[in-house]
Design a binder for this molecule. Structure first.
Ligand code: SDX
Length: 395
């Protein structure tokens, strides 16, 4: 907006000229999503999260040698500084994991001061690898803190997703059995969340980074923006909505009437989107995976039936059709996370784990662009015109 000299900062205004990016393409009307030109459907079917992370950050699919080198570098940075591990002791057990994770990510700026300079390519590379390697460890420790269980060190014989699952659900007293179905499903979900153009949290990362703040602290800002229930926090809010409907007897009609009557605070969470005015292509893939994953885990969840019932009603109801409201990526993901054993409050942390490579890619693109100026949106002033001061005695 500053570039165009416009003075109105309208959150609904998508100024396509203000940010240029070569990372992700979305066609909201056609329901198209491509990472560096590759359709999300193909990546979800054929790629892996670590390969998609490389693609988003470096712009090309890696050769076998490049992938091995990238994987090996990440593997060697999964440990946290021992003092940073003690950082978790200071949080109350009942803290939501999102502020714990964003605080720990910001604290990386204090523990890894040799990788803060955004103008030093080697330090940018080192902070990139450290974040990709350490966020799964931080996320797992935030969960362990909430359940009062001991932290497990990473086991680098495992891949990124396997290591995260073992650090989250494993116990020192017994071996953790990796379930390939869970690993594959979580890997695919991370791919689906990996980037999404200039969404709220990615724009936050770019804005913070535009002041030449370091990568760790910029990503911490993105995690905080993601927590909001209108953004990444929606996957938690969807489960809470489904639980409320079930607690009320499972009648979706009454709930949908409350939505359509615009009862304050009542929305069909997991529906609608700032850009997609068609079915979110990611939601299609998640919905298809939900049935498969729950079946492979031997889980039957009546909340999935309630969710499908809500979708069926919404897709045939003029209130939603006329407003072009369709399921978004958050509508079904929580049901899969729940079947995997994650508590609802970890769902948005999982979103952050998936979105990390996209945030890093955008920060690096902004940081490398010599035309980047510090972000400075303008406004329309709606306050008083000039007036004179009145002494206390005169008020
Ligand atoms: C994500 O930007 C991204 O790319 C985000 C994301 C990513 O990958 O980064 O895709 C991830 O954040 C997905 C969105 C998750 N949030 C939710 O599911 C929360 C529920 N959704 C809504 O809050 C809403 O749809 C938003 C916030 C997502 C979009 O808000 P907008 O742009 O204000 O919606 P709109 O302009 O399209 O709304 C048009 C109408 C309005 O009604 P009217 O004033 O015209 O009568 O539809 C209504 C809205 O009130 N509406 C809804 C609704 N979403 C919009 N009514 C009921 N339930 C909803 N969910």
């Amino acid at each position: 907006l500053a570039d165009t000299g416009m003075t109105t900062f309208d959150p609904g205004f998508v100024n396509t000229s203000s940010t240029k990016s070569a990372i992700t393409y979305i066609d909201g009307d056609a329901g198209i999503l491509r990472y560096r030109g590759y359709p999300i459907e193909q990546l979800a079917r054929s790629s892996t999260f670590i390969e998609v992370s490389y693609l988003l950050i470096y712009g090309e699919l890696p050769t076998p040698a490049q992938l091995e080198d990238f994987t090996d570098k990440i593997r060697r940075h999964t440990l946290l500084h021992e003092d940073l591990k003690r950082f978790f002791d200071g949080f109350p057990r009942n803290a939501h994991p999102m502020p714990v994770v964003s605080s720990a990510v910001n604290a990386l700026s204090a523990y890894y001061q040799d990788s803060l300079d955004p103008k030093d390519p080697e330090q940018v590379e080192l902070s990139t690898i450290r974040l990709l390697a350490k966020l799964p460890t931080i996320a797992a420790y935030a969960y362990k803190k909430s359940v009062g269980q001991p932290f497990l060190y990473p086991d680098n014989s495992l891949n990124l997703v396997e290591n995260f699952l073992r650090m989250t659900f494993g116990l020192p007293a017994e071996p953790y059995e990796i379930d390939p179905a869970v690993v594959d499903a979580l890997d695919m979900l991370f791919i689906l969340h990996a980037d999404h153009e200039q969404n709220c949290s990615t724009s936050t990362v770019r804005l913070v980074g535009s002041s030449q703040a370091n990568l760790f602290t910029s990503i911490s800002g993105g995690i905080n923006a993601l927590w909001g229930p209108l953004h990444g926090g929606a996957n938690q809010a969807v489960l809470e909505m489904l639980e409320d409907i079930r607690a009320g007897g499972g009648d979706t009609t009454d709930f949908m009437n409350r939505v359509k009557n615009k009862e304050p605070g009542v929305k069909l969470m997991g529906f609608g989107h700032r850009v997609y005015k068609n079915y979110d292509p990611r939601a299609k893939l998640v919905k298809a995976a939900a049935d498969k994953v729950l079946e492979s885990l031997g889980v039957s969840d009546e909340l999935l039936d309630i969710a499908k019932g809500l979708e069926e009603v919404a897709l045939n109801d003029d209130y939603f059709i006329s407003r072009r409201l369709y399921p978004n990526v958050d509508f079904y993901t929580g049901l899969i996370y729940r079947a995997m054993g994650f508590p609802t409050r970890m769902f948005t942390v999982l979103f952050a784990l998936g979105r990390l490579p996209g945030w890093i890619a955008h920060w690096r693109e902004m940081n490398a662009d010599p035309s980047t100026k510090i972000g400075r949106p303008r406004q329309v002033y709606t306050g008083y015109t000039e007036r004179d001061y009145v002494d206390l005695s005169g008020r």
